[in-house]
Design a binder for this molecule. Structure first.
Ligand SMILES: [Zn+2]
Length: 337
């Protein structure tokens, strides 16, 4: 098995990764067909995450190659769940793996999906309905994380939710909120994200030229929002999210990267906000696949760059350059070989 390994900052090589293989019995062998590169991969590639020697890529789709599980016949299109619970914490010991205190993530803590084949437990392999393409399936984890957020917020029909950061996850989360009959107010500093969000069916999108606090005040009839979601990997200061919250509001801190940030809690303390961190959708993979099959999410307006396996180094260099210049980078799909 071969995968793209970060050897040192800005150096990636395609090499054998059989050494780290899981040797348990009854594993399912999956040929990876597509892998999604995200900001998290760029932060590993450029050395910010200070991790090396494992394959990048937290999200991958593929085709079953070998399996002893009768439901997973060779040729079946699948999504592989990118998490391994620690099996040691109190929650894992009680079988609540989705609430693991030290969840390991593919491409961050162990070899990810920027590779040719992987051997995984059948319970982490999810068959994809025909209507869910490989490209859509790469966003399953964004949707399962969005479902976790909706659960934590306890949103009800007609509730306004400020979503601060219109990266692809912010746009997908807003669509899921609409599906659950809430009303997202999506905030972005980027013109292209503004347009993509509008084209993706989000009604309230606030851009760089809008006064977000004033607009939210007007939309909510002076109440502000009692639900706020802040994208940790956006380039927007979190104080802007606090400014959209009503007194005692619930603020979700989330994101698909482990980018570090420092900020002042001053406004949050003043308003007695309830800050909740949500970092995975481990238990919601099947729900996410159903939502995709029911067209609850439309990714057709996202500008998704697709490249071949041989262009991995070039595309990571490009993504790193964009991140340095704009503090913001969109996902790229790699067709693996
Ligand atoms: Zn655990």
């Amino acid at each position: 098995m071969k995968g793209w390994i970060v050897k040192k900052p800005l150096t990636i090589e395609r090499e054998d990764i059989s050494r780290g293989e899981n040797n348990e019995e009854n594993l399912t062998k999956v040929k990876i067909t597509k892998c999604l590169l995200t900001i998290s991969d760029v932060l590993t590639y450029n050395g910010t995450n200070e991790q090396t020697d494992f394959a990048l890529g937290s999200y991958g789709t593929g085709i079953v190659s070998e399996s002893s599980d009768s439901t997973l016949t060779p040729g079946t299109h699948v999504y592989v769940r990118p998490y391994i619970p620690c099996n040691e914490c109190n929650n894992c010991q009680n079988g609540a793996y989705g609430s693991c205190s030290d969840m390991k993530v593919a491409g961050v803590d162990y070899d990810g999906f920027l590779r040719d084949f992987t051997n995984v437990k059948p319970s982490d392999v999810f068959q994809l309905p025909e209507s869910v393409s490989d490209l859509k399936a790469l966003f399953i984890d964004y949707i399962s994380l969005a479902v976790s957020i909706v659960d934590k917020l306890h949103v009800e029909k007609g509730d306004y939710v400020s979503v601060v950061g219109a990266n692809y996850f912010g746009i997908i989360l807003s669509q899921i909120l609409i599906y659950y009959q809430a009303v997202p107010i999506l905030c972005t500093q980027h013109e292209d994200s503004f347009k993509m969000a509008k084209d993706s069916g989000i009604y309230y999108v606030l851009g760089d030229e809008d006064n977000w606090q004033k607009e939210v005040l007007s939309i909510t009839g002076g109440r502000m929002t009692s639900h706020v979601v802040y994208m940790a990997n956006s380039d927007i200061p979190i104080v802007k999210a606090f400014s959209l919250a009503s007194y005692g509001a619930k603020v979700i801190y989330t994101g698909e990267s482990n980018k570090n940030a420092s900020f002042s809690f001053h406004q949050a303390v003043k308003k007695q906000l309830e800050i909740v961190c949500v970092n995975n959708g481990y238990d919601n993979t099947e729900a996410a696949i159903n939502l995709l099959a029911n067209d609850a999410v439309d990714i057709s307006r996202l500008k998704i760059n697709c490249v071949s396996d041989n262009d991995v180094k070039t595309v990571l260099d490009d993504m790193n350059k964009t991140l340095l210049e704009k503090d913001f980078v969109h996902e790229t799909v790699v067709e693996t070989i």
